[in-house]
Design a protein around this ligand. Structure first.
Ligand SMILES: C[S@@+](CC[C@H](N)C(=O)[O-])C[C@H]1O[C@@H](n2cnc3c(N)ncnc32)[C@H](O)[C@@H]1O
Length: 539
């Protein structure tokens, strides 16, 4: 079909990996929970996933599609640097493909009306990323490109010193986002503007103009100040309120005429009524921290200099989470790094999911979150959030691929899979929720109230299938995934019978496990003819 839209193209853009949805395996030894409840609002069902985020996001899709309130990611910026904990320089087109694939799933995980996506990026890929995001999310979903001032001192080594990064924001519904996003609290600078020179019992206030541009006949009256001075609206303007409301506000002491009572009338805005500030795209370091602050936070947490190369300051992530979510909402970061997003979300009473591929998942994120949960981390935003500890998280890794090659080169179900894992994996592949019943032996999961799935590696005889069909009855239907079966597949109207290996094979296009954004783990874009044969030679 002829494409008519403006679009960014690159080599490999159309090569989309078909992923085998994996299951997540919990490792209770690495999960961590507070020994006691600190408050009634402690949150325990957070998830830390170790592994490649494309596979992890795919694994999350079934349960979490439409449920995440805020996605914040800080992916490798493709700077060409080899950082201590991860590499950050891959061929430009490949970077676009890799980030694009992840963004598609992330966008799908967001709540359909209230969800928002926040992506950190610097000058190198910003322009390209914006276009990819326009394509994935839709231009109408673009909210803002925030500029974070990451440096407070001049960078003199470059032709033009680099002092900022961006945080691009897209929302599922921009108009809904405008209604639900939280305003920023007033900072010291704004608070200083509120005073109480006339001892108003309603507390501190600041004055704002009583005039508006334009001409409205019923807002053109004369106002007499307490000193007797007469005031008319300036030329081209009218008062903001009609005369009746003016007298009401005057009698309530809400109009100010300056210290000597002769000035132009102004209205009082009380601190107690202040709703906070509408966020704007300028995020200066005084408000949200800078890179050095982030490094110091790492130093405090891990007791060594440069504990992690590219952390974000907690105050920066706090501002994102504050604007986009409320307590109890779910925040997702699939490029977790040292775990700043989870740590901040936890301290702010939000639920979180983080994914990290590098070993620092174990060396940084787990110990950091343990300190948060134990209330030992009093750095970052802890004091501002009055953080005392509590809650917990579950640690997961990705189950290996369901299939492996045996010694003759045939694809077989992976030895690592026990029957429960196999059932869970097949449920995922077939779009069923894994929920084995305690009472019905054949019920391993469901897709609707009447549609169930049964997974077995056995070779099922006609008699067994007949018995199964009778147990299921006419009101329900059952997908039977088995090693083999000895009858016609459509013999029983309430059973759909499939053989596992063939079904699984038809779902996998690539046998690679690794879609990492790191150089060392690049996916191989070249197709392997052997696999093409195996997977039916699909284009
Ligand atoms: C810029 S860092 C994030 C830093 C983080 N915001 C913080 O404050 O610590 C990017 C992280 O993404 C991780 N990463 C890169 N490719 C990934 C992938 N395919 N799956 C999961 N994590 C990945 C890297 O290992 C690195 O830790």
């Amino acid at each position: 079909m002829r494409k008519t839209k403006l679009e960014l193209t690159w080599i490999g853009k159309d090569k989309r990996p078909k992923l085998e949805p994996r299951i997540l395996l919990e490792d209770p030894a690495k999960s961590y929970h507070a020994s006691h409840r600190v408050t009634d609002n402690d949150i325990f069902d957070n998830k830390l996933i170790f592994g490649d985020n494309l596979l992890a996001l795919k694994a999350l899709e079934q349960e979490y599609a439409g449920k995440v309130k805020c996605v914040y990611i800080d992916p490798p910026y493709n700077t060409g640097s080899a950082f201590e904990y991860y590499d950050d320089g891959i061929e430009h087109s490949l970077w676009l493909s890799l980030i694009g694939e992840r963004l598609k799933i992330l966008w799908n995980l967001l709540h359909p009306t209230d969800g928002s996506l926040w992506v950190s990026i610097d000058d190198r890929e910003m322009a390209y990323l914006k276009i990819i995001l326009d394509e994935i999310c839709g231009r109408q979903c673009f909210v803002a490109s925030n500029v974070w001032q990451k440096r407070y001192s001049r960078e003199n080594r470059e032709a033009i010193g680099d002092s900022h990064e961006y945080i691009l924001v897209f929302a599922k519904s921009v108009s809904k986002f405008k209604q639900i996003r939280n305003p920023l609290s007033l900072g010291d600078k704004q608070l200083k503007l509120y005073k109480n020179p006339d001892g108003d019992p309603k507390g501190k206030w600041q004055s704002v103009s009583l005039t508006a541009q334009g001409y409205r006949p019923n807002q053109m009256y004369e106002i007499i100040a307490p000193s007797g001075k007469r005031h008319l609206p300036p030329e081209g303007s009218c008062w903001k309120i009609i005369e009746e409301n003016y007298f009401k506000e005057f009698s309530e002491g809400k109009i100010y005429f300056g210290k000597d009572g002769t000035g132009v009338p102004r209205r009082k805005n009380y601190l107690k009524d202040a709703k906070g500030l509408v966020p704007w795209t300028w995020w200066p370091h005084e408000d949200v921290g800078h890179s050095d602050e982030a490094k110091k936070e790492q130093h405090y947490l891990f007791e060594k200099e440069d504990a992690f190369d590219t952390p974000k300051p907690e105050r920066l992530i706090k501002q994102v989470i504050h604007i986009a979510t409320n307590p109890g909402d779910l925040v997702l970061d699939s490029f977790a790094g040292s775990g700043t997003t989870g740590a901040v979300a936890h301290k702010m009473g939000r639920r979180w999911i983080m994914v990290e591929l590098g070993e620092h998942c174990h060396t940084h994120i787990i110990p950091r979150l343990q300190k948060v949960i134990d209330g030992e981390d009093q750095g970052g935003i802890s004091k501002a959030a009055n953080w005392q500890g509590g809650g917990g998280f579950r640690y997961y890794s990705l189950a290996p691929s369901l299939l492996e090659k045996d010694k003759w080169g045939n694809w077989v179900v992976n030895k690592a899979y026990n029957p429960n894992m196999l059932a869970e994996a097949i449920c995922k592949l077939e779009g069923f929720s894994y929920a084995p019943s305690d009472t019905l032996w054949w019920n391993h999961g469901y897709s609707t109230e009447q549609d169930f799935i049964y997974v077995t590696t056995q070779n099922l005889s006609v008699a067994q299938l007949q018995a199964l069909s009778e147990e299921v009855g006419n009101e329900r239907s059952l997908l039977v995934c088995c090693g083999a079966f000895r009858c016609k597949a459509d013999r029983f109207p309430n059973l759909t019978i499939k053989k596992i290996p063939k079904m699984v094979l038809s779902r996998c296009e690539w046998a690679h496990d690794d879609y990492s954004l790191n150089v060392e783990n690049l996916p191989q874009m070249e197709r392997d003819p052997e696999q093409d044969d195996l997977f039916g030679g699909e284009a």
